[in-house]
Design a protein around this ligand. Structure first.
Ligand SMILES: Cc1cc2nc3c(=O)[nH]c(=O)nc-3n(C[C@H](O)[C@H](O)[C@H](O)COP(=O)(O)OP(=O)(O)OC[C@H]3O[C@@H](n4cnc5c(N)ncnc54)[C@H](O)[C@@H]3O)c2cc1C
Length: 413
């Protein structure tokens, strides 16, 4: 590890690895720091098809194809009464290779990205925690203080610090930029099952979203390799975690309330313990400053429902890397330069936020909406694919708005 770099990237997740890979590829001296030992466990296994483009830019499509990751070709919804909707097939809407994506074990996927950053020239260290960001008196980021695996601490200088520290959100917490999203104060409990029954053919790798009987919570069903399925339940934080039941009992109650899951779990065994995540939805009120920029969950996270988190992390890593490369070339690492992509990103991300608000509107259902407005099936499939950065991506919401009047997407700036 050198004493000085052009770019220091915090976090070895999808955002940090992408940013490190693409700034290193541009010829900069880059340090990528991850506090855990890689490969490390992480939630967030289902990708959106639009991940294809940043993965292609990283030169990883062939490795993804050669991997054992399960192919994901559609998303399905199951109603509170157990009725399965017609799947949203990505290929039917857009017959290109990019319409098939993957369900990934995050330990393996993130390791692939971490290794790629190293291949492209970044100095990559795991088991190295960033303890603090070093700012000068004027608020310019100057580098970071790290603790290495050996326990030694040291300061390392950089012209730019990219924060991809995930929910830890180091810079936003330090500068008081983090804003919770009160309407999305949710919690998730999930586990892994062997031999949960899957559909056949093109539906075998589908993500299935299932409501419980009173729509107070919903389950994800994500088929992974080796016959393992990730099955998680999401509901309001207090509903999930503050009823006096322990995690195991709470999860069991919700399982029994989910008609869509009953037959799928008849021959399944759970492996390992349950995991819990809570209050993970927040946004930041400033995304870049002099010498620093936020990417991935460190910038903000909306909700797990549409599997947008990894896609957003990859896209932000890519867009921010381009901005940093341009800033370093011009000798300008101002907030305007490093954050020049943020408005564009937020313009697309707000459609996912609106779609999240629609999903959580009690009397709203996509099935019902599409019965009345079949012309929007393509538009909705685009959003599920992650295609959100074009004029007209949000057209669907004009027709939806009378039914989903409480959307708070404007709070995303
Ligand atoms: C319940 C739940 C389910 C989800 N399901 C999905 C899904 O199916 N599909 C999807 O796309 N997304 C999903 N997500 C979101 C997804 O997990 C995240 O959006 C994604 O991992 C963000 O990537 P990232 O690179 O920004 O952060 P991360 O992947 O969290 O990586 C950040 C890294 O920074 C490291 N780090 C933190 N602090 C420090 C420090 N001080 N020093 C050094 N390193 C540090 C961490 O160890 C971590 O490895 C889900 C989220 C939740 C809460």
């Amino acid at each position: 590890m050198q004493n000085e770099y052009d770019v220091i990237v915090i976090g070895g997740g999808p955002a940090g690895c992408t940013a490190a890979a693409l700034t290193a590829e541009a010829g900069h001296r880059v340090l990528l720091l991850e506090r855990e030992k890689m490969p490390r466990f992480h939630v967030g296994e289902s990708l959106m098809p639009e991940c294809y483009w940043p993965l292609q830019r990283l030169g990883l499509i062939d490795r993804m194809k050669q991997s054992s990751f399960v192919k994901k070709k559609s998303v399905q919804f199951v109603t509170a009464s157990g009725k399965q909707s017609e799947p949203f097939y990505f290929l039917e809407h857009d017959p290109r290779e990019s319409s098939t994506t993957w369900q990934v074990e995050r330990a393996d996927f993130d390791q692939l990205l971490f290794d790629r950053a190293a291949e492209l020239g970044a100095d990559c260290y795991d088991q190295t925690r960033v303890l603090d960001i070093l700012f000068d008196g004027e608020g310019t980021a100057q580098g970071v203080k790290v603790r290495k695996a050996s326990g030694e601490t040291r300061d390392i200088a950089a012209r730019v610090v990219m924060d991809g520290s995930g929910q830890q959100s180091l810079i936003a917490n330090r500068l008081g930029l983090r804003q919770d999203i009160p309407e999305l104060k949710k919690a998730a409990i999930w586990g892994y099952y062997k031999h949960a029954s899957r559909d056949d053919g093109d539906n075998a790798g589908a993500t299935i979203i299932m409501h419980t009987d009173k729509k107070e919570s919903w389950f994800w069903f994500i088929p992974l390799s080796n016959e393992i399925t990730s099955i998680g339940c999401v509901g309001d934080n207090d509903y999930m975690l503050k009823t006096g039941l322990d995690t195991e009992a709470r999860y069991q109650v919700e399982l029994e309330r989910c008609p869509g899951l009953q037959t799928r779990l008849e021959h399944a065994q759970r492996i390992g313990k349950l995991h819990v995540a809570k209050e993970y939805s927040y946004w930041t009120k400033q995304h870049a400053g002099q010498g620093w920029v936020l990417i991935g969950d460190a910038f903000g996270f909306i909700d797990p429902i549409y599997s947008s988190g990894v896609y957003f992390a990859l896209v932000m890593g890519e867009k921010a890397a381009d901005a940093v490369n341009a800033g370093l070339a011009a000798g300008d690492v101002s907030a305007e330069k490093l954050g020049c992509w943020c408005d564009d990103f937020k313009g697309g991300a707000k459609w996912i936020r609106k779609l999240v608000d629609a999903f959580y509107t009690k009397d709203f259902s996509f099935g019902g909406f599409l019965r009345d407005n079949p012309q929007f099936r393509g538009n909705l499939t685009d959003l599920l694919i992650g295609r959100i950065f074009y004029d007209g991506a949000g057209d669907i919401f004009e027709s939806m708005s009378p039914m989903v009047s409480n959307s708070q997407a404007s709070s995303m700036g």
